[in-house]
Structure formats: C-alpha cells, structure tokens
Design a protein around this ligand. Structure first.
Ligand SMILES: Nc1nc2c(ncn2[C@@H]2O[C@H](COP(=O)(O)OP(=O)(O)OP(=O)(O)O)[C@@H](O)[C@H]2O)c(=O)[nH]1
Ligand SMILES: [Mg+2]
Length: 208
C-alpha cells in the first residue's frame, strides 16, 4: 500500500475555528482510544496526528488535506465515551461537532469500532446520528492484530448474528501491522470520486 501524502491544514477547538469548506471531506469518528489518530498516521505514512494510550487525547477537530487523486480532506473528530474528561469539556466538544455537521456535508463517515468489543451503545447512537444526516457510513474494525487471523471471520459473523448491519462492507484494519489499509483507501477514494468533479474543482480555489 502506498501511503497518501497529507498535511494538517488546521485545528478547531471551537466552532469559529472550523475552516471554510475546501475539499470533499471524509470524517473519521469513533470512541476515544479506538485508534483514529493511528489510522490517519498509517494512511498518510507520517506521524501527523497525536497518538496516546490515554483516552481523550484528540480534543479538537483536525483537518488534514490529502494529496490523492482526487484530493480530499480527512477530518479527525474527537473521540466519544471520554469518561476521563470533565462534563463541561464534554459539552463543549459536542457543540463543536454539532456545528461542524451543520456547516458542511461530509461525503462519508468512517466509523471506527474496536474489533474486540464490537458496537457499543454510543457507537449505535453515532450510527443513528449519521443516518439522520443521510451520511453513508463505512464501519472500520480496528486493532484486528489483537485477534488471531483464524478467528476473525467468526468474530465478524458473531457481530452480524447480534444484528450488525451496514450498507458498505466493513473493513478490518490494523494500523500497527498495516493490514486492511489498501481496502480502506479504495473505499474512501471511491466515495470522494462520487462527488461531481465540477463540485470538487469549484471548491479548490476556496482553500484557506
Ligand atoms: N494493537 C494495536 N494498537 C493500536 C492500533 N491502533 C492504535 N492502537 C493503540 O491504541 C491507543 C489509542 O490510539 P489513538 O490512535 O491515539 O486513538 P484515538 O482514537 O485517536 O484516541 P482519542 O484521540 O483519545 O480519541 C494507542 O495506544 C495506540 O498505540 C492497532 O492497530 N493495533
Ligand atoms: Mg486521537
């Protein structure tokens, strides 16, 4: 897999810091500590996002411009289920995220779920939130290196039996072992390309 090249365009801690729309946006969402920043670094082949073993490390929305064909923007959302943070802080993050979705139209949500745990209550809430926005969701199961390759199919079947359903085929990844990244790249580029070319071109000069 050839990593994409990408740079951090900007960071938004508060709603007014959200940049104007420049490129089609792919949001990376999921619980704290699920591996969002690690996945972005793996896709971009560089340590551009902060990784930490402490849940709640990414507290801002980070916008990465990606030089792929076609180009797009990866949006690293702060994790949810961040029990370690104060109620006030959790509340202000919610405001920024809601404002983000009011302001723009992401083309795809990549929802990360720890393969060992499956979809928990707040993962399902997020799915419903995206559904209400009419935003397509690609579920990416992370940290698959923690499950033996011979057991992975059975784990996924188990989630399906429990009611896990998605329109897009889920992708199993390990950022650590660099598994599944190529499949995810193809899925993302497919959705970016579905944007009308004129729309993507028109937005390019508005970059900030
Ligand atoms: N084994 C394994 N560990 C991983 C993998 N991806 C991430 N991790 C570990 O999981 C922890 C959290 O990773 P992050 O990428 O910071 O997670 P995040 O979702 O960005 O976390 P927040 O910013 O707190 O929401 C770190 O200790 C990573 O090293 C993976 O593919 N395999
Ligand atoms: Mg993070």
């Amino acid at each position: 897999m050839n990593p994409w090249r990408g740079v951090l365009r900007t960071t938004a801690y508060e709603a007014p810091q959200i940049p104007s729309l420049a490129l089609p946006e792919i949001v990376i969402a999921g619980r704290s500590n699920v591996g969002k920043s690690s996945l972005i670094n793996a896709l971009l082949g560089a340590k551009v996002a902060h990784v930490s073993g402490t849940p709640g490390k990414t507290r801002s929305i980070n916008f990465f411009d990606v030089s792929a064909t076609p180009p797009f923007c990866l949006v690293d959302l702060p994790g949810y289920g961040f029990a370690a943070r104060s109620r006030k802080e959790r509340g202000s993050w919610g405001v920024v995220i809601e404002r983000y979705f009011e302001l723009r139209r992401a083309v795809l949500a990549v929802q990360l779920v720890d393969f060992r745990h499956g979809l928990l209550g707040n993962d399902r809430q997020l799915e419903s939130f995206f559904e209400a926005l009419n935003l397509p969701v690609c579920v990416v199961f992370t940290k698959v290196d923690k499950i033996a390759p011979t057991k992975r199919a059975a784990v996924l079947s188990g989630y399906r039996r429990e009611g896990f359903r998605t329109t897009l085929e889920p992708v199993l990844v390990s950022s650590l072992r660099r598994d599944g990244l190529e499949t995810l790249q193809e899925t993302i580029l497919g959705w970016v390309a579905r944007q009308a070319p004129s729309e993507a071109e028109e937005s390019a000069p508005r970059r900030c």
